[in-house]
Design a protein around this ligand. Structure first.
Ligand code: PGA
Length: 252
């Protein structure tokens, strides 16, 4: 499966800064990158970044979040159909959404369905906290989050999903998970996906996220069962991010 390297810019970069960063990334990317590349700028930067990426064609665009309803009285929210003119992907269930904004598994599922309903691809992020890991609950948590996102979706919709395993304790910490732990998590997630749609496990990408840098990417992207990375901090530096793209194995 071809790798996917996604850059989650979080709440960083004004529209003008975002356009410049997108241009720098295009300048540093090889003419034919060995992996698919996705950028996830904040909402106000989506239009400007779209105009930079669309004329180039090497990099896909996505949003970091959306509401689960298509329209209505939800002041301050943004719906999936509003994003579908510009975006090919929407990220749902990022740990900052779950933990800082109290999103539940049910809300994440509803958002994921909204993304797919609007014809886009979804990146479902999930992962255990340090306390859950220390209590031996990693498998239980990953299974619950993945089942909640995937069960009953049906094969066609599952094939438009990517799962991003992001252990909460590794995000922004400078200390990534061990490749063996990532491989264990990927195996758990693949078995849930297989149960949700037989034969789908080998066709759904599982990304790893949490303190991926150009230096650590070769080892992390080589973890068994992993087909890409969701990159936070390091995606704000064009050279660093393109170094991660370059580290992706051409076929995995
Ligand atoms: P990080 O963030 O690469 O800065 O650890 C990853 C993420 O939150 O997606």
């Amino acid at each position: 499966m071809r790798h996917l390297i996604a850059g989650n810019w979080k709440m960083n970069e004004s529209p003008r800064q975002a356009r410049a960063l997108a241009r720098q990334i295009l300048d540093l990317l090889p003419e034919q990158p060995g992996a698919d590349v996705l950028l996830l700028p904040p909402y106000p930067a989506l239009g400007p970044v779209h105009s930079v990426l669309a004329e180039d064609g090497r990099v896909a665009l996505g949003a970091q979040n959306c509401h689960w309803e298509d329209a209505g009285a939800f002041t301050g929210e943004v719906s999936a159909p509003m994003l579908s003119d510009w975006c090919q992907y929407i990220l749902v269930g990022h740990s900052e959404r779950r933990h800082l904004f109290g999103e539940t598994d049910e809300q994440v599922r509803a958002k994921l369905e909204a993304v797919l309903r609007s014809g886009m691809r979804a990146v479902l992020a999930l992962g255990e906290t340090r306390e859950e890991r220390d209590a031996g609950k990693t498998e239980e948590v990953l299974t619950r989050q993945c089942c909640s996102g995937m069960m009953g979706l049906g094969r066609d919709r599952i094939l438009r999903c990517t799962v991003a395993y992001e252990p909460v304790w590794a995000i922004g910490s400078g200390a990534a998970a061990e490749p063996s732990d990532i491989a264990d998590a990927a195996a758990i997630l693949r078995s849930v996906i297989e149960e949700a749609a037989s034969g789908a496990a080998s066709e759904v990408r599982i990304l790893y996220g949490g303190s991926v840098t150009a230096r650590t990417a070769p080892v992390l992207l080589g973890a068994e069962g992993v087909s890409g990375a969701l990159v936070g901090g390091a995606s704000l530096n064009a050279a660093e991010f393109c170094g991660i793209v370059a580290a992706a194995p051409a076929h995995a």
